[in-house]
Design a protein around this ligand. Sequence first.
Ligand code: B12
Length: 212
Amino acid sequence: MNSKIASQDYLDYLLKGNRKNANQICNAYLNNSGTIKDLYELVMKPALYEVGNLWEQNKISVASEHLATAITEGILNTYYPYIIPEKYNGKKVVLACVNKEEHQVGIKMAADIFEMNHWESHFLGSGFPTSELIKYIKETQPNLIAISLSVYFNYIAFMQMIIDLKTAYPDIPIIAGGQAISHFADSSFDEWNDITFITDLNQLEDYIIQSK
Ligand code: B12
């Protein structure tokens, strides 16, 4: 099944609030030999970006935007049986959004990509205070920390979070992704040197494979 057509159909059903048909599009895409990574990257992501454009232009309501996200999060959860590996490779990643950041779909997808590559994902979701994250990392001792930043105005919080994490755990590598990241990745903040910026799930999979 063509990803572009699937994404357009998926968007149409999201905007109609039709969860059943949206789910069927995703299942049909996978049954036609699409991968979960491509479903996320090529079908769901472009549809959600378009939801954002329509919302920005006042063409859809806030309710439609919320419903589109809720339907997508519900569908993501149905793929757990295909995502959780039979055996883990012993590596752990803790994933969280920047403090006050509410966009969590992208980093949830990233958590699933880790699981499909046999890493144990500890996905903490959105709005997680850094102080709690620091405590959780002490308990979990992950091999990697993954952070997501979607909106520009959370940038200061992101910088502070990186400083706090690097101070507490100088030896644990950090990766960061999300739509706002690309705008800052080449700026001259010293702490950036140790951070790997990742823009999408293909790059993420390459990173995971290289870090084996
Ligand atoms: C749904 C949504 C919301 C929901 C989020 C609910 C939820 N449970 O996540 C709600 C309603 C809460 C929301 C709130 C707001 N939103 Co909003 N939202 C969206 C929307 C429509 C979809 C987000 C999404 O799921 N995208 C799909 C995912 C798959 O894409 P992604 O996040 O980019 O993730 C991919 C990559 O970036 C990467 N990735 C992401 N994180 C990570 C992390 C790691 C470690 C890695 C490796 C990769 C990775 O992997 C993913 C796959 O490629 C977007 C539109 C858009 N363009 O995304 C707007 C959008 C992000 N929102 C926007 C805005 C402005 C807001 C609000 C400020 C609105 C307001 N006035 O209140 C608030 C901000 C709240 C906050 N403090 O964070 C703007 C941001 C613009 C900007 N310049 O910063 C956007 C772009 C809409 C627009 N076109 O203007 N939003």
